[in-house]
Design a protein around this ligand. Structure first.
Ligand SMILES: C[S@@+](CC[C@H](N)C(=O)[O-])C[C@H]1O[C@@H](n2cnc3c(N)ncnc32)[C@H](O)[C@@H]1O
Length: 300
């Protein structure tokens, strides 16, 4: 789309849709509408109701610049720098994964595993934008939590989100390697680790491959490296009746279960996402039942 093109709202929108379609963007209409709103401040219905409204040169140029970024397959959420997750508006930055709707499955499982007025401590491993911890704490006003991430820049984004959403006094965020800097016992441990096979990273959509931080995606040769790293050390951080919830790739349920059972955990459940695919594995300490044998594990 060129400068000097028509600046009537309807024509601007139509040209934007065309530009995105030409770039192979499947959601061209929706994305053009969102970007037009962001650039001009128009209401969603104005494109239909007031298509002849003239847009000033400045906002029209901003719209063209946003379209160029989307045509380069940058996701709309990254262009706008924010994402809705669990009905909370989160700030994004290049170092933090753009939270996925699938991850709300883990939040729902964490809420199912805890009482609404219960006090308690939550640990969020690989916190990214802080979305999981912040969403759980938004529903559990007496709980407090720690988020950790290997990316100091992600930690800053998470802390800023917690501050903006009024949770600064109930959260702290640390940069570090998984559980290395952590002491204490937690009632809930949340973890959405990188779980994509290294060899599959090149096949991801450009929106993911080119714009998500690699540390948020790369789960090693079989995608299971983080579960293997965490399973042997997690028991000492989980309260006796606590629960750890892991997001998994939808083909990884059996392999992930095996890793946690081998480290002495009990499998408490497997939660499906909205498409019915296994997405969140819940594990705890305690009685493990395998082939009619039973024993206690962990430090309970
Ligand atoms: C899939 S992203 C999840 C981000 C966020 N929790 C979410 O659900 O959107 C995985 C996160 O784990 C972090 N991570 C990867 N390896 C790590 C490690 N060894 N220690 C701590 N965090 C790590 C990444 O930086 C990334 O933020």
């Amino acid at each position: 789309m060129q400068e000097g093109d028509a600046r009537a709202l309807g024509a601007l929108f139509a040209a934007g849709v065309e530009a995105l379609r030409a770039a192979g963007i499947a959601s061209a209409r929706l994305d053009a509408r969102i970007l037009l709103q962001a650039a001009t401040g128009c209401r969603p219905e104005d494109v239909i109701l007031e298509p002849t409204t003239e847009i000033a040169a400045g906002p029209a140029a901003v719209f063209r610049a946003l379209l160029d970024r989307r045509a380069g397959h940058e996701p709309v959420s990254r262009i706008l720098g924010r994402r809705e997750f669990w009905s909370l508006s989160l700030e994004l930055g290049p170092a933090a994964l753009d939270p996925r709707p699938d991850s709300e499955t883990l939040v729902a499982a964490a809420l199912e595993a805890s009482d609404s007025d219960a006090p308690g401590c939550v640990l969020d491993l690989g916190t990214g934008s802080g979305c999981l911890l912040i969403a759980v704490l938004s529903e559990r006003p007496r709980m407090r939590g720690i988020g950790i991430d290997c990316s100091p820049a992600a930690v800053r984004i998470a802390a800023s989100n917690a501050r903006r959403l009024g949770m600064a006094d109930r959260t702290s965020f640390l940069a570090g390697d998984w559980v290395a800097p952590i002491r204490g016992k937690f009632d809930l441990i949340l973890c959405n680790p990188p779980y994509i096979e290294t060899g599959a990273l090149g096949e991801l959509a450009r929106e993911v491959r080119d714009f998500e931080p690699r540390a948020a995606l790369d789960g090693g040769p079989d995608g299971l490296a983080a579960y293997r790293a965490l399973a042997p050390t997690l028991g000492k951080l989980l309260a006796p009746q606590g629960m750890a919830l892991f997001e998994i790739g939808h083909t990884q349920a059996d392999a992930a279960k095996g890793i946690f059972i081998n480290s002495g955990f009990t499998i408490h459940g497997l939660h499906a996402d909205l498409a019915g695919r296994p997405r969140c594995l819940a594990v705890g300490l305690g009685m493990v039942q395998i082939e009619n044998r039973a024993w206690f594990s962990g430090d309970s």
